[in-house]
Design a protein around this ligand. Structure first.
Ligand code: ADP
Ligand code: MG
Ligand code: NA
Length: 383
């Protein structure tokens, strides 16, 4: 039976939880490797889950025994354990792709060979102030000092405005492998979800992402006031970048749209992505539906990835108090066409993604008008 293979998922956070929602609707069993009671496990009652961490080789081996195909909701996993189990179960996307992508410097070195445009960057070898000052002379200021590994939601980036910031920057990212990147003067940040299947590379429409403190706050689908030619170019660039890696599934591609309308890759992720949450309401097949289908070689009609209605997604991010996300949710309950997704992570911590809300409407203007009262509430709670 097409729905009898079992899927093993490294990670049971909100992305894993939304993957489980998709798998459940197809009667596909998803076995989660994460702590007990992680968000994904809470909505999946069966005895196939594994307790432990996606960074522990033994736990990854154990998960491999329970399933036919392994995938990951996060790139910061033990790829050596994945390499080992790849002889017994399918690993999608490939462990090679995850290993290269999880180190953002290696990711960019790899993509450079495929002619993907990116901000100029330099590797740090000694992490000394002298070394960074020399790089600063080459790249100019401001520049973005970045951790090669374990970076997400801006935790791994430090903006270096001048030579004077160097000691603080190195202190903030100390003991981490680093590289520094030339400042990208973008007018907008764009993102594209790419779905790699056994014989195709498909993409969703280009969206606009708005970051606050380097964390994604809002996603507009489609990107506002972006001509169709750029929408198409961004999708083509995203597909080209993802084609540089082996394996099936969803990949999130972040890009900068520069003043001269040229595009540059910011980074990509070997997984379902925050910039694609809008697809749950905005498309016939969500990124989570498509990921499950892609790794199991099930059909994905390209038409099902087209935008049905303009959509805006707002992240509910933990604020000053443990219940801040519930106050935001309360406001969302009264917004027309608002779909609310809470991740059941317990108490909010500042900067923690607690849920999201998607509003769809016949026009982008209407969606903007409808979601504005909620954006106001979120802005007040943050302040
Ligand atoms: P992560 O999302 O893993 O924290 P990113 O590289 O995507 O790391 O950086 C987060 C955000 O920081 C980006 O979305 C962008 O707003 C900003 N940023 C990253 N690199 C640059 C750069 N070279 N120039 C200007 N802004 C940048
Ligand atoms: Mg990013
Ligand atoms: Na849908």
């Amino acid at each position: 039976m097409w729905n009898s293979p079992k899927v093993g998922i490294l990670g049971g956070g909100q992305l894993g939880r939304m993957l489980v929602e998709s798998a459940n609707r197809l009667n596909i069993q998803a076995n989660i490797l994460d702590a007990d009671n992680s968000p994904a496990k809470q909505i999946s009652a069966h005895d196939g889950h594994v307790t432990g961490s996606f960074k522990e080789p033994d736990a990854v081996r154990k998960l491999a025994e329970t399933c036919d195909v392994i995938t990951a909701e996060i790139e910061h996993v033990d790829t050596y354990a994945l390499e080992e189990v790849a002889s017994k179960v399918r690993v999608e996307p490939s462990w090679q792709a995850i290993r290269t992508i999880q180190n953002k410097f290696n990711q960019k070195e790899h993509l450079r060979k495929y002619g993907i445009p990116m901000a100029d960057h330099r590797e740090l070898v000694s992490n000394t102030p002298e070394e960074l000052a020399q790089i600063g002379e080459q790249l100019g200021y401001p520049m973005m000092l970045k951790s090669k590994t374990m970076a997400y939601d801006g935790r791994g980036n430090f903006r270096v405005n001048s030579k004077e910031d160097i000691p603080e920057a190195l202190e903030a990212l100390k003991d981490r492998p680093l590289y520094s990147e030339k400042w990208a003067y973008f007018k907008m940040e764009l993102a594209v979800m790419v779905i790699k299947t056994k014989d195709d590379v498909l993409s969703y429409p280009t969206v606009e992402t708005v970051q606050e403190d380097s964390i994604c706050k809002l996603v507009y689908a489609p990107a506002r006031n972006v001509p169709d030619a750029i929408n198409q170019q961004a999708q083509a660039l995203a597909r080209k970048a993802v084609s540089a890696f082996e394996g099936k599934g969803a990949f999130g591609v972040e890009m900068f749209l520069l003043e001269d309308n040229s595009l540059m890759l910011c980074e990509l992720a070997s997984r379902i992505h925050n910039s694609g949450h809008w697809t749950i309401e905005g498309c016939a097949l969500s990124q989570f539906d498509s990921h499950i289908r892609a790794i199991l070689d099930l059909p994905i009609p390209p038409k099902s990835l087209e935008l049905l209605q303009p959509s805006i997604m707002l992240n509910i991010i933990g604020g000053a108090t443990p219940d801040s996300h519930l106050k935001a949710t309360e406001a969302a309950l009264s917004i027309p066409n608002a779909s609310i997704h809470l991740y059941s992570k317990g108490a909010a911590k500042p900067g923690r993604k607690m849920g999201h809300v998607t509003v769809t409407a016949a026009t982008m203007h209407e969606a903007e008008t409808m979601i504005q009262p909620l954006v106001d509430v979120v802005d007040i709670m943050r302040a």
